[in-house]
Design a binder for this molecule. Structure first.
Ligand code: NAD
Ligand code: RM4
Length: 254
């Protein structure tokens, strides 16, 4: 019996990076998977092909998570296609690195809308569906090590990640009576498109690598196992938790 057999898993922002690795990881664990994506039709189709290659059903639905109606539509279409929603992985996010003193208003607003409000509406829409179904479920927010530490060029971003971490703590309380578990993963520095430009700075990349006890930056696939675990019945008594997946970077202060 595979860990997610019989479950329908939804993942936002899943045409690339951690979301895609989570979607494919869930399919390999036996789930049918519905992905949300923003703009890359080719990458979304490639993700669905990987889900199908794992022997599961896959479906891609385009939409901007910043708009609340995207969440409602995502859940409705997932239920139309596969009958139910068991897991929501709220992953979509942006991090347009920028200095604090001259941060454009629009950049702050967009980052909050996508990362925090997008996650809020996706989790709310999924939770309402899970309550209607009556047999529980799991919400997993892709927060960040940035929920716990600052970043000079991430003053708009780190509060959204702290917000998602906090959202999972509050929803764990609000939804426990419905059997819905709410947890977050806190990735460290994972090599994806979101930080490609930032880590093109050789000095910064070497500094980040040197801080990591496990000796390397993360890969998107490093998040698949922790997300599948939190989605699965192996984590039946885990709610309100936050799982660092950072190669030990956070604890490596001295
Ligand atoms: P990524 O850029 O590959 O993935 C982000 C995904 O979100 C992309 O597919 C993008 O299209 C999608 N997206 C962006 N705006 C969207 C919108 N408005 N609507 C729908 N989708 C949207 O980078 P990633 O590293 O895989 O990022 C995934 C998540 O992981 C993000 O929330 C990010 O904050 C978080 N995270 C990443 C790292 C890291 O080091 N890479 C560390 C901690 C947390
Ligand atoms: C993460 C963390 C990483 C950064 C990404 C964009 O939360 O801060 O170091 O590369 O965001």
């Amino acid at each position: 019996m595979k860990l997610l057999e019989g479950k329908t898993v939804l993942v936002t922002g899943a045409s690339t990076g951690i979301g895609r690795a989570a979607a494919v990881g869930a399919a390999k664990a036996g789930a049918d998977v519905v992905i949300n994506y923003h703009s890359r039709d080719d990458e979304a189709a490639a993700c669905v092909a990987e889900i199908e290659a794992a022997g599961q059903r896959g479906l891609a639905i385009k939409g901007d998570v910043a708009a609340p109606e995207t969440a409602t539509e995502f859940v409705v279409k997932a239920v139309e296609a596969f009958g139910k929603v068991d897991v929501m992985v709220s992953n979509a996010g942006i991090c347009p690195f920028h200095s604090f003193l001259d941060m454009p208003v629009e950049t702050v607003q967009r980052t909050v809308q996508v990362n925090l409000l997008g996650g809020y509406f996706m989790c709310q829409a999924a939770a309402n569906q899970m309550v209607r179904q009556g047999h529980g479920g799991a919400l997993i927010a892709v927060s960040s090590i940035s929920a716990l530490v600052g970043g000079e060029y991430q003053t708009h971003y780190t509060p959204t990640k702290a917000g998602l971490h906090s959202l999972m703590q509050s929803t764990a309380i609000a939804l426990g009576k419905h059997g819905i578990r709410c947890n977050s993963v806190l990735p460290g520095t994972i090599l994806t498109e979101i930080n490609k430009d930032d880590l093109a700075d050789e000095a910064k990349r070497k500094y980040m690598e040197a801080r990591i006890p496990l000796g390397r930056l993360g890969q998107a696939e490093d998040l698949a196992g922790p997300i599948v675990f939190l989605a699965s019945d192996m984590a039946a008594y885990v709610t309100g938790a936050a799982l660092l997946v950072d190669g030990g970077a956070f604890v490596n202060l001295q």
